[in-house]
Design a protein around this ligand. Sequence first.
Ligand code: GRF
Length: 207
Amino acid sequence: MNKRLRIAVMASGKGSNLEVIIDAAQQGKCPVDVAMVLSDRPEAGALDIARRSGIEEVVHLDPKAFPDRASFDAACAERIEATGCEWIVLAGYMRILSSHFVRRFPGRILNIHPSLLPAFPGAHAVEDALAYGVKLTGCTVHLVDEVLDGGPILAQAVVPVHEDDDRDTLHARIQEQEHRLYPETLKRIAEAGFTLEGRLVRWNKPD
Ligand code: GRF
């Protein structure tokens, strides 16, 4: 395949995954162009990172300015389509996407989740893994479908849980792996691509 991916990143938080993707792209380590960053939160660190890095389109849309989730998501989708982005990369985007939005970009929305899915889906994956007492957890890059944190798995990395971990220490260790795995997975999509067999991801051989 070997092409550059034009991506829109949606983020609500501090934006460390966005930052590593932008850095990897700028250093020529990851063949993506981050054409747009969109956030639902005006105070998101991700917006500052995007502005500092000179991303073309840096957009904040306020969900409260829309009557419902579907109309907010439709406005996001229109902005994304207008930039010609073919992939949507969720990086700490804390809103559940409507079915309409997901169906508008079939197989073209990625997410990173801080657990080894299907264990610990949802917004409290790190706390839930600690409370359950697992000895290994990790992170998962997956395609987004209409099931929350349930789409086909593209890549995973394993992280050990230490006896004295709290939410912050464990999350920090998971994020080290996220910061390697997300750019690597984007690179693999650009250079090789994949085929879906049901929910199984079969990576193509690179050219
Ligand atoms: C990451 O841990 C990711 O797994 C989860 O949200 C967090 C985002 O972190 N979905 P950041 O804003 O990229 O630093």
